[in-house]
Design a protein around this ligand. Structure first.
Ligand code: 2YJ
Length: 273
């Protein structure tokens, strides 16, 4: 299933960025920049982001433009110290506009892919990897490390499977749930994670959960004191789940876009030794 942001989900992002940042510091011990750097495996002092010129190009194909989406992306990267603008034109004309204006990085999203291109060398970052890596770092920060810990991953789609792989590499013991058994079988064959068919039972047994599924979570199954890293949209928790969880890390765009921007910048902006 494809998750897509709506005008409604995006309309308040710009105004709530400082709040999201405070939430991140509180929940993970890292601000958006530190978290994005951690996800990419670098320190904030190893990269020069200040003044990096970023163009964001609205794209009309498929379901079309999401109101304020491009402006929200621009504002998120401005908070990282970059110099961002949204092009007046959309699509190919917008891309030409961004290139003419000297953009070193260009963000564009249609209904399937959301990427940031480094125009100095053609390398690019994508939102699925960045969202997975960013929310894994957030969970790691909130849990005080993941090595040797049991983590439940809900959803074996793009974000969930990348997250499962990153956490397995970090030495976590990962169990994956998805209603689509073909997806979980592929994943367990590829990276050797444990598969569960008992969502309720495994939710009750885990206090670290990476939620990349679009489905609502029934608070009755949530274990008291659970830390959730939850990129899935819309917000999946009921009142009981929110009450029982110790922490819920969730935002519609900020973490994923911050990691995309830092990773894309890392392709050309690492400081010398
Ligand atoms: O330019 C616009 O306003 C729109 N074309 C933005 C579309 C944003 N795309 C999505 O939300 C898709 N679900 C792609 C997300 C990538 C998966 N992580």
């Amino acid at each position: 299933m494809m998750t897509r942001l709506t005008d409604e989900m995006v309309k308040d992002i710009i105004g709530s960025l400082d709040g999201t940042n405070d939430m991140l510091v509180d929940q993970t011990g890292m601000n958006a920049l530190e978290l994005a750097c951690d996800a990419v495996g670098i320190g904030p002092d190893m990269i020069e982001l200040t003044g990096l010129r970023v163009g964001v190009v609205p794209v009309t194909s498929g379901m079309g433009i999401i109101k304020k989406f491009s402006e929200s992306v621009a504002e998120i990267v401005r908070k990282l110290g970059m110099d961002a603008f949204v092009t007046e034109a959309a699509d190919v004309t917008g891309l030409a506009e961004a290139l003419s204006a000297g953009a070193e990085m260009i963000f564009m999203a249609d209904d399937i892919k959301f990427i940031a291109i480094n125009t100095t060398n053609g390398r690019f970052s994508n939102n699925s990897f960045s969202t997975a890596a960013g929310y894994v770092s957030a969970l790691k920060g909130a849990a005080g490390g993941l090595a040797g810990k049991e983590v439940l991953v809900l959803g074996a789609g793009r974000v969930g499977s990348i997250a499962a792989e990153i956490m397995t590499d970090m030495g976590a013991y990962v169990t994956v749930y998805d209603i689509d058994k073909d997806k979980t079988r592929d994943l367990s064959e590829r990276i050797g994670v444990k598969i569960t068919n008992d969502l309720g039972g495994d939710l009750s047994a885990h206090d670290l959960v990476f939620n990349a599924a679009p489905a609502p979570i029934d608070g009755r199954h949530v274990r008291e004191g659970t830390i959730f890293s939850s990129p899935g949209i819309p917000f999946p928790f009921d009142e009981l789940g929110v009450k029982k969880a110790k922490r819920i890390i969730h935002d519609p765009l900020d973490i994923g876009v911050s990691v995309m921007a830092v990773q894309c910048a890392s392709f050309s902006r690492m400081k010398g030794p």
